[in-house]
Ligand binder design. Structure first.
Ligand code: NDP
Length: 333
């Protein structure tokens, strides 16, 4: 069956109305629909409409409260804690973001620990607005164990993505956003769905043996990128998303989780830095642009995010080709 052409507004309507149908209130459904739509529009298919059945599963099971109202609390001038009360993470992020931005603008750096949220998305949508306010930003989130610590055999870390954004006044920010596993689990899921084999070194089967079969990796575990180096970065994500903010390590989240196909309850760590205050003047922007020019001077380079922004410009104009398999799954809900 052919892909279906949908406008960005139609994608948002489909996501929001589906979530509303399963009990999410306007704010929860709207925030998740924003994130799903951004992913679909930017060509990040593993976190677009593909995720909608998982979000719905958690509403149906009652694990996520689709009517939760996040509370925002200042723990210190530069610490803005958001308690999601079991909402989807995008709603909690939207609730705390303005306070985080204000705190970073005033203090130079501010941290936003998010607790009792369910994160099932890409991280870059969480950083764009922070960067658009002239701030650098970082976020990371853990999940359930699916990555082996270097040298081990048993999954302990989540796929634990990290994202870093740099503001570019007058332009879209540079944001890189990457799983610390060799491949995101969502991408392994897509390969399994489409019947592709994966390259060697992505993961192991349930017995710890290397395999290129995505179905076996889904039953087994992934490897961290870059061997022990990526493994340490993944460990850092666990510490920041759990011990640092009073939330769960991936293994603790899994112990509590009811495995309904959606995200477990956990934490998300976000911080923002104001380069104008840290540097003491406004020269940071031109200085960084000169550096980006040096990167672009070399053939074959691009900045992280450039692919997404190109997709965005095209899809805003022409609409998005959406997979019929994904639409069938949503219709079947
Ligand atoms: P990719 O490996 O596809 O991309 C990682 C980053 O590298 C992106 O910012 C990408 O930019 C950039 N990039 C890719 N190619 C180049 C290049 N040639 N030159 C410069 N930059 C480049 O991402 P992953 O598969 O690791 O992760 C996919 C998504 O999955 C992420 O958004 C992540 O947040 C999400 N995720 C979420 C989890 C969760 O629990 N919530 C768990 C794990 C992952 P560009 O986008 O422009 O291509």
């Amino acid at each position: 069956m052919a892909n279906q052409l949908m406008s960005v507004a139609e994608i948002h309507d489909l996501a929001k109305s589906t979530l509303s149908k399963f009990g999410a209130d306007d704010a929860n459904a709207g925030a998740v629909a924003d994130t799903i739509t951004m992913a679909e529009r930017d060509g990040c298919l593993s976190h677009g409409l593909f995720r909608l059945p998982g979000y719905v599963a958690t509403l149906k099971s009652g694990k996520v409260d689709g009517n939760a109202k996040p509370t925002v609390k200042s723990l210190a001038p530069a610490v803005v804690q958001v308690d999601g009360h079991n909402c989807f993470a995008p709603h909690a992020l939207q609730a705390g973001r303005v306070a985080l931005i204000e705190a970073a603008k005033t203090c130079g750096i501010a941290v936003m620990p998010m607790i009792r949220v369910h994160h099932f998305a890409a991280l870059w949508p969480d950083l764009e607005e922070i960067c658009d306010n002239g701030l650098a930003a970082f976020s990371c989130v853990n999940y359930k164990p699916s990555v082996i610590p270097a040298g081990g055999k048993k999954a302990l870390y989540g796929t634990n993505p990290i994202a870093f954004g740099w503001p570019r006044p007058g332009k879209s920010p540079m944001i890189f956003d990457m799983a610390t596993s060799v491949m995101a689990r969502g991408e392994v899921g897509i390969a399994a769905r489409e019947g592709h084999t994966l390259k060697e070194g992505v993961g192991v089967d349930a017995d710890g043996n290397p395999t290129t079969d995505p179905n076996e990796i889904l039953k087994g575990a992934l490897l961290a990128f870059g061997g022990y180096k990526g493994s340490s970065i993944s460990m850092m994500v666990e510490l920041l998303s759990a011990a640092m903010i009073g939330e769960s390590f991936s293994f603790e989240a899994a112990e509590r989780d009811i495995a309904d196909g959606g995200p477990p309850q956990g934490g998300q760590f976000v911080f923002a830095i104001n380069p104008s205050l840290v540097r003491g003047n406004e020269d940071w922007a031109d200085h960084a642009e000169g550096f980006f020019d040096k990167i672009y001077e070399q053939d074959g380079t691009r900045l992280p995010g450039d692919r997404r922004y190109e997709n965005r410009a095209k899809h805003d104009q022409q609409g998005v080709e959406v997979s019929p398999i994904v639409l069938e799954k949503i219709a079947a809900l």
